[in-house]
Design a protein around this ligand. Sequence first.
Ligand code: OFO
Length: 173
Amino acid sequence: MISNEMAQRINTQINREMYSAYFYLGLSAQAETMNLKGVAAWFLAKHGEELAHALKMYRYLIDQDARVQLSEVAAPASVDGGVLPMFERTLEHERGVTATINEMVDFALSAKDHATNIFLQWFVTEQIEEEATVKDIIGRVRLFGDQGQSLLMIDNELAALAKQIGQGAATAA
Ligand code: OFO
């Protein structure tokens, strides 16, 4: 059993994870319109990961006999200016999510809620990995550029990365 306040915070985070999924779905659609199949596949794979994060929290609430309260998911804004701004916006978004996960950990620790603290550690690690991956992509786009041959190379790399995410999800299931 967890406190109502902790449950409410997890419910808010479920909404953020659903928003993340929606945010990535929007970017995937944008990449499709640019004919960047690899970029689109990567964002679509991220969409799937974010849905899985929301479901992990949903399941935790149920396992803890806490109430699931679903709320409206905001529409994500599109990102103009090409591939680089799409990934810069992604990094900014993930840093925001990391901050909210950390706030939840702070709250769990202050409430001596050991179960939720342990549950959240998975998300702490996940955010480190997510931010590092996006920083790496941004670094490569900055190094090689986001036009012509370089863009094709980045698109191919992201297609391969998207496959890995898919395989990782299948292994975790
Ligand atoms: Fe849910 O991990 Fe990113 O946002």
